[in-house]
Unconditional design. Structure first.
Length: 258
């Protein structure tokens, strides 16, 4: 009887948390991510990047080698840009402070707040994949590894965007600070050429950036060009994701709660 009562109590406690999680996610999707301008931007941005690189490619094999980099860029810019808008805009309007008063754990609250950006990043990743599927045969791709890498890159990029967004007060500040991380990643993380081809002084810096491991996993899944074991790449991405999320929670508690 006691065990049954504990189970009922656990379900009773989790039900309002799940309702709140879904309510926050649904509100953000309706308010931000499913707006026509954001949908068009989310489709056009990766489409333009994909078209630019694929048109300049020298053939089928070049398209396969470019696909991981284009997918990673689409995820990185989509997640960080949208989260900078949602969180910073709500902070400026003080609705973020009201959200922190919700009777659910802060960890669950911020997971709900970032889930929309994660889904947006995964959706962005589908655009270059669909376009590439019309041009080359993608059946050799290890789709299981590829899908896990896409989701983890979206999670890490989203938490990077959260870390930036909670540290500033204006949208333009968030975008500027995000670019401080994003543009070096394009050139240092092995998206379009191996990290081993970088100058020796830059290679350690490249391996400090989380996108290097995501790009390496995508290259391994698409054409076997990974430098590290795929499981190690994905494990390191998980560590970065947890670390960025915890740092963001620490910043939120320090600025608004404590």
């Amino acid at each position: 009887m006691n065990h049954a009562a504990m189970e009922r109590g656990g379900r009773t406690r989790w039900r309002p948390w799940a309702t709140a999680f879904w309510g926050i996610l649904r509100k953000d999707m309706r308010t931000y991510y499913l707006k026509p301008p954001n949908i068009s931007w989310g489709l056009l941005f990766p489409l333009v990047w994909t078209g630019m690189f694929f048109i300049r490619s020298g053939g089928v094999e070049d398209i396969r080698s470019l696909l991981p980099g284009v997918v990673a860029i689409a995820i990185l810019f989509g997640t960080t840009s949208m989260l900078a808008i949602t969180v910073t805009f709500e902070k400026k309007g003080r609705s973020f402070e009201r959200l922190l008063l919700a009777p659910i754990p802060l960890e669950l609250l911020m997971l709900a707040k970032t889930s929309g950006a994660i889904l947006f990043g995964v959706a962005n990743a589908c655009v270059p994949i669909i376009l590439a599927a019309f041009l080359v045969d993608l059946t050799p791709v290890a789709w299981g590894w590829f899908a896990v890498a896409v989701v983890l890159i979206a999670v890490v990029s989203t938490f990077l965007g959260l870390f930036v967004a909670v540290a500033v007060t204006e949208v333009f500040e968030a975008q500027t600070l995000s670019n401080f991380f994003r543009f070096p990643m394009i050139f240092l993380c092995g998206l379009f050429f191996p990290i081993a081809d970088l100058p020796l002084l830059l290679q350690p810096l490249a391996w400090l950036l989380p996108l290097s491991y995501g790009a390496d996993a995508l290259h391994g899944a698409v054409h076997g060009g990974n430098s590290l074991p795929l499981a190690l790449d994905l494990g390191i991405l998980c560590v970065y994701g947890v670390g960025l999320f915890l740092f963001s929670l620490f910043s939120i508690r320090r600025r608004w709660i404590s």
